[in-house]
Structures are given as C-alpha cells and as structure tokens.
Design a binder for this molecule. Structure first.
Ligand SMILES: [Fe+2]
Ligand SMILES: [Fe+2]
Length: 356
C-alpha cells in the first residue's frame, strides 16, 4: 500500500520544491500566477533553485504579492484561503525606485543572460559568481532576465555584494551587481544607532555650552530624543535580536536595560550641570559598550542578517518620540536617581571583575 502523501503546510516559508512534491496538483495553479513560474517545469531549476527558494522568494520572482500567491494555492488545495498574517517581507522588500549612487551603467563591463543559461539547463548563480570575481575595481556586472532574480540577489547580498534591480519593460529586468564587497564594517543597525548617538551627543553639548544655565529648549530635544532612542533599543532592537535568536536574549541586554533605567531617572528632574555630568558618566561608557566591535549593535546586525537589519533600520526612522511628562523636582526623585545609579554602577563593577 502506498504511503500516504505528506502534505506540507502552505505558507510564505514553504519551499517551492516541497510544495510541488507534496501538492503536485498545484503546479498548474502556481504557474498560472505569473509567467516567470513556467520555468519551474525546467528540471534543473526544480532540482536546484526550487529546493532552496521559498514561496515568499518565488512571489518576488513572479512579481506577485506573497499573500495573493499563498491564498491562491491554499484555495486550490481546499484549505482555508486566508494567508497567514505578518509574513510579508517580500512585499516590504520591494525594490527601491531610485538607483543608488554606486550605479553607473557606464561601469558595466560584464553581462549575463539568465534566461539563456536556464534554457541551456544551467543555474545562473555559479556563472554569476565567476563573473563577479573577475570584475576589476569599480566595475559592475549586469544580469538580464525575464524574472526578478530574488534568490540570486539574496545570495549575492549574503556575500556582501550590493545589487540593484530595475524593470526596464514589462517582464524584463536588469540587475546590477557591484564588485566591491561590503566589508565586515558596521552593519545597518550599528550605523543607524551610532548616528543617533552622535546626534544626541551634539544636542547635549549645545544645551550645556557656555557657563550659564542649561538651555532648556535644546535639553528638551535631547531628552525626547534619548527616551526615543532607549525605546527603540528596548522595544524594537533587543526584541528583534531575541526573536532572531530563537527567543534567547542577548546576554548584555539586561545590563544595558539597567543603564537605561538610570539614564531615564536622570531625565526626570529639571536639568542642572551636576545632573548632566551624571548623565554623561553613564551614557559615555554605555554608548561605547553598544558601539564597540562585537558590541551589542554588531550582535544585533549579525543575529538579524543583512536584509532584515536593513529593513528594521529603515522602519526605525519612523519611530516616534514618546509623550513626555513635565520635569518633576519632587522629594522622591533624587532618591530614585541615587538607587538607579547605584544599580547601574555596581553591575559593571561586578561584571568587569567577573571577566578578570
Ligand atoms: Fe542604550
Ligand atoms: Fe544606544
């Protein structure tokens, strides 16, 4: 008796080959979604790209929204047609419309026809890698294709190459690949948060310039910006890193949170030069720990991977400043500050001693 066919669930994360093996009747449904999917009849593609490409990537290749693609397949499979929620990375990762500054078509010295290769039964990635390796400094490769080469672009991105794809006519795509690799330099989240540190440092420096009282307008902007910065780290950055690590938080995140508590406490009363000095005494080492090589920002970039880190950094630009309470100089405030500063200082003394 034939074993009952294992039916894989149909979600954006389902591999194309798994789908076609477990739901062979869906092949025509899939192909009907976009002309580019006709290539799935190609046995070479079936054995290679389709094994690693997800439906989400396939949606990008075919230029169809992943939700619609998954919904159509689920409908045809007779399972509830609603696409699972919250899995729309391919949609949000749609190409940028403005060409990046490095893209100068005059620098293209090598081209490759992906359709011709596939027709000849060759998967383009190996050939693309060879041609990219052969490029000289500043030179670009252009890949022409009748589909958006999403898996190829993701593979090149993981190797550190910059890519840009544009649709030149209906169903015709040009993908430019830069020879330069993005070195192991700071990732997108590291760059985003370090730039925000610089912006906040500058606001605080200007708020305390001269010998007079602290400039309340500039300090107010610093206070709002720093509380936003802390909110972005705790609510978004550390949370995303924990999720990417399968629920395991970054070991240092808890101590950085304690620092954040002390910093936030120092922002409660009306600022004085003495309070600003206290803020700087915590914030200086705190920011260095976040920014140093292999510090928490690098760890977050690594945990998320380039594409997701890039996406998160661009979403964070829209993160709002929190609503601010007026300054509070009540009797309990100074005790609250002292307790939080003590916790923050002691934890680093203990952890530094523990490392020796
Ligand atoms: Fe922080
Ligand atoms: Fe920070």
């Amino acid at each position: 008796m034939a074993a009952e066919r294992v039916r894989v669930p149909i979600t954006p994360a389902t591999k194309v080959a798994d789908l076609l093996e477990s739901w062979p009747e869906l092949e025509e449904v899939l192909i009907a979604q976009a002309p580019a999917f006709r290539r799935l009849r190609n046995p070479v593609l079936r054995r290679t790209v389709a094994r690693v490409a997800t439906l989400e990537q396939a949606a990008g290749v075919g230029g169809v929204p992943v939700r619609e693609l998954v919904a159509a397949l689920r409908r045809a499979a007779g399972i509830d047609s609603a696409a699972p929620q919250g899995e729309t990375a391919a949609e949000s990762a749609s190409e940028a419309s403005t060409p990046p500054e490095w893209l100068d078509p005059g620098r293209v010295t090598s081209t490759l026809d992906a359709d011709a290769l596939l027709d000849a039964g060759v998967v383009p990635l190996g050939r693309v890698n060879d041609q990219v390796r052969a490029l000289g400094a500043g030179e670009l490769l252009r890949i022409d294709s009748g589909f958006r080469p999403v898996p190829l672009i993701e593979a090149l991105g993981k190797q550190g190459h910059r890519c840009f794809v544009r649709e030149t006519a209906a169903g015709r795509f040009e993908t430019f690949v830069d020879q330069a690799r993005q070195g192991p330099g700071p990732g997108p989240l590291h760059r985003f948060f370090s730039a925000d540190h610089l912006r906040l440092d500058d606001l605080l420096r200007r708020a305390t310039e001269g010998m007079g009282p602290v400039d309340l307008a500039l300090f107010g902007a610093f206070r709002a910006g720093l509380l936003r910065h802390i909110g972005m780290e705790e609510k978004v950055l550390f949370a995303a890193a924990r999720e990417a690590r399968g629920g395991e938080p970054l070991p240092i995140a808890e101590r950085l949170r304690v620092d954040h508590g002390a910093i936030a406490a120092l922002l409660v009363p009306t600022p004085t030069r003495a309070l600003v000095a206290q803020v700087l005494s915590i914030l200086g080492p705190h920011n260095r720990r976040e920014e140093e090589p292999d510090g928490v920002y690098d760890a977050c970039d690594r945990a998320l991977g380039r594409a997701a880190a890039e996406r998160l950094a661009s979403e964070l630009r829209e993160f709002p400043e929190p609503p601010l309470k007026p300054y509070n100089d009540g009797p309990a405030v100074m005790g609250h500050i002292a307790a939080n500063l003590e916790l923050a200082r002691r934890q680093w003394i203990e952890s530094d001693a523990g490392e020796r």
